[in-house]
Design a binder for this molecule. Structure first.
Ligand code: 7TS
Length: 437
């Protein structure tokens, strides 16, 4: 793919629309994000640093994304000028901090298009969101012999909480397999439902293969069996955006730190009618209406699930991150990442001995690969010495690695602030490494 010409394409005569379309497909005009490319990198100070005397090329965005100045500034401003505990003070600062924290909840509601901010529960991240549901839903709705359906491309955080439930209650886990392209076998999925199926818990996007799963269809199938669905949106929300009502997801989990926001903040969305029926996850302050030694009355949603002082500085900064990405436009982000991914696939697949895992039709900018017989750890270490940050190993998806009959991969994961030049640096480095071995 060519680097787009900065000049505006000349207007074509009206009578040649097909010709114009053909030209657009060959040479895409710069997207708003590409035109803003320089400014974007300037918003992320860490992207200007060097490692081992080489300019940093950060390609580990599925693990965590970098933070724009605006987000870091929000944390500084929060502690310097609006720090007080929320929901309890009559004083000015406490009220201001509460307004910011609850404003952040509303920003999340808007971002995911939930019906009500009572459906937005703040957690520490996707992992805690799934554990919360495994605990509360498992307590209330599951008993010995009941079943949960997951897929074989889940992150460990969507496997282990269900195994802990299995150990507590004698429930069972059923697994949807993937084909060789890294796509879920939806035909097999349909056959996994029984009278004992109580929940489907699925990743929206694979953190290893980049596959975007056909979750709308899978939710429809589950609902036809009267079964609710939790989506693990850790790798989807930052790239595709989320509309929980359009998806008709019953629960949706994601992490701020993968969305240009601070670490330690996550969200569990749940439909109000489900959350109302679930028992609390943890006990403590904030989640109660009244306490006596005879018993406790729990608070209303969403506070029933938020015991203790929340990270209100973090939630406020997360709202700033959401404002930042919605300001760029989720469609622009998706388009930019799609173009970068196509370019990276083209450059990487041209390297001799390259084996890319995952060839799903619908995918994001996560690319897992092995290069010849070189151990992924060696590739990762050598890339690191050239300033290129990638992830190596099993990516917390050991069952998927077993399915692929490998121990691990090298994983490149892109964000909108990455550039074609960085992909060129990566591809050239991989060529060098291949020749060295
Ligand atoms: N689910 C998926 C699909 C993920 O990719 C991750 C983190 C999690 C859940 C857990 O998120 P957390 O924020 O609670 O830790 N994935 C990765 C990764 O691919 N490399 O590092 C972390």
């Amino acid at each position: 793919m060519n680097i787009p010409d900065k000049k505006q394409p000349e207007k074509q005569p009206e009578e040649q629309p097909e010709k114009q379309q053909e030209i657009n497909e060959v040479t895409p005009s710069p997207s708003p994000l590409e035109r803003a490319g320089v400014r974007l990198q300037e918003d992320f100070p860490i992207l200007q640093r060097e490692v081992y005397g080489k300019p940093l090329v950060y390609l580990d965005n599925a693990a965590t994304t970098q933070k724009p100045r605006q987000v870091v500034q929000s944390i500084v401003d929060g502690y310097y000028s609006a720090n007080a505990n929320v929901h309890r003070g009559v004083h000015f600062l406490s009220q201001q901090a509460t307004e910011l924290h609850e404003g952040a909840r509303e920003a999340v509601r808007k971002f995911i298009n939930a019906r009500s901010s009572a459906e937005v529960i703040f957690t520490r991240g996707t992992t805690e969101s799934i554990n919360l549901l495994a605990h509360s839903y498992g307590e209330e709705f599951m008993k010995k012999g009941d079943e949960i359906i997951v897929s074989d491309m889940e992150h460990h955080s969507n496997i282990v909480p269900w195994q802990l439930l299995e150990a507590r209650k004698g429930t069972a886990i059923k697994v949807i397999p993937t084909n060789s392209r890294g796509e879920l076998l939806t035909g097999v999925y349909k056959g996994l439902f029984t009278k004992r199926t109580k929940l489907v818990s699925l990743t929206h996007v694979s953190n290893v293969l980049g596959t975007v799963n056909p979750v709308e269809e899978m939710i429809r199938i589950a609902h036809a069996h009267g079964v609710p669905v939790l989506l693990d949106g850790a790798q989807a929300a930052p790239h595709l955006g989320v509309d929980v009502q359009a998806l008709d997801a019953d629960f949706y989990a994601f992490s701020s730190h993968k969305m240009y926001g601070p670490t330690g903040i996550g969200v569990l969305y749940g439909k109000e009618q489900w959350l109302e029926r679930l028992p609390p996850y943890q006990g403590g302050g904030e989640m109660i209406r009244s306490v006596s030694f005879k018993g406790t009355v729990f608070n209303e949603l969403p506070f029933k699930f938020e015991a203790g002082t929340p990270d209100y500085i973090g939630t406020t900064a997360f709202a700033v991150a959401l404002e930042y990405i919605t300001g760029l436009g989720m469609e622009n982000i998706a388009r930019r990442e799609h173009e970068l991914t196509a370019y990276a696939m083209q450059r990487l697949s041209a390297i001799e001995g390259m084996r890319i895992y995952g060839a799903a039709e619908q995918r994001t900018g996560v690319i897992s690969f092995l290069l010849g017989d070189i151990h992924p750890f060696d590739v990762g270490t050598l890339l690191d010495k050239l300033g290129i940050a990638v992830r190596t190993g099993h990516h917390c998806a050991q069952p998927l690695m077993r399915r692929l009959c490998i121990e691990g991969t090298v994983r490149v994961s892109l964000a909108f602030y990455n550039t074609r030049e960085e992909i060129d640096v990566l591809a050239d480095a991989l060529e060098r490494i291949r020749k060295m071995f």
